[in-house]
Design a protein around this ligand. Structure first.
Ligand code: JB2
Length: 225
């Protein structure tokens, strides 16, 4: 079978897998653009509690109940979590937990416009967005977002459901715990350890280990909540 065009004019490979995107907001639109560049998925549509009309050319399918209905097809359906920030990390994790009984596939997605060097391990449901650079030996848990133009240096350990926001820099050998978020343009200095459920504000610089959950801002980053 010849390659099939998608509604936007992008073509997908003939062996492309069917894919549904969860969420109808800004993050979902960026994820769909990455899927189009990859060409290895045929995006059937997106789910959302509300019909937001076609999303960058992709049709609305219904709520997540429709996704569960589609999951009953013999071929396992691939799903991309296109919800970014419903209470950092936790919302995406809850969504994932709700969908676990339905035999869906959550492939890691790497934009062709990202650079991922050797010996990098990505967990299921991770998304590496345009312009991100991930260096040798970095490891990610499930559902991580490495957002546009951010840098994750060599041997960094990133837990489950972490979000590295656009333009953030995570230097070598850093460890970031589950559900933490590193804000846009923030910098984490080499070798520092960040506990689970930390939120580092945009533009902050982390010089010391962050040992307890909380919100940290400034240079050096200090706990404010
Ligand atoms: O359980 C859900 C669910 N919860 C919220 N299932 C489905 N299928 N959809 C869900 N949503 C939908 O996600 C909301 O109804 C809404 O349409 C969408 C979230 O859109 P929003 O534009 O508010 O946020 P976002 O997650 O796309 O983007 C955030 O995160 C990105 C990483 C923003 O903060 C962006 O600025 C950021 N770049």
């Amino acid at each position: 079978m010849a390659d099939q065009p998608e509604s936007s004019g992008f073509r997908v490979e003939s062996a492309a897998r069917d894919m549904v995107v969860i969420g109808g907001g800004g993050h979902a639109r960026v994820v769909i653009s990455i899927l189009r560049k990859l060409r290895s998925y045929r995006v059937l549509g997106y789910t959302d509690p509300q019909d937001r009309g076609p999303l960058v050319g992709v049709p609305y399918l219904g709520s997540d109940e429709e996704l569960i209905r589609l999951a009953a097809a013999p071929e396992r359906l691939s799903v991309a979590i296109g919800v970014g920030q419903v209470s950092p990390g936790m919302g995406r994790h809850n969504l994932w937990m709700r969908l676990q009984p339905h035999q869906l596939l959550f492939p890691a997605l790497v934009s062709p416009a990202a650079i991922v060097n050797d010996e990098v391990l990505l967990g299921d449901g991770s998304v590496i967005m345009d312009g991100a650079v991930i260096n040798c030996g970095a490891r990610f848990g499930q559902g991580a977002i490495v957002n546009t133009n951010s840098t994750v240096e060599h041997d960094v350990r990133i837990g489950d459901w972490v979000h590295v926001a656009p333009g953030a820099t995570i230097c070598g050998d850093v460890t970031i715990g589950d559900f933490s978020m590193i804000g846009a343009g923030a910098v984490v200095i080499e070798g520092r350890k960040i506990a689970s459920r930390c939120m580092v504000g945009a533009g902050s610089t982390v010089h010391r280990d962050l040992t307890e959950p909380g919100v940290y801002v400034g240079n050096p980053a200090r706990k404010i909540q």
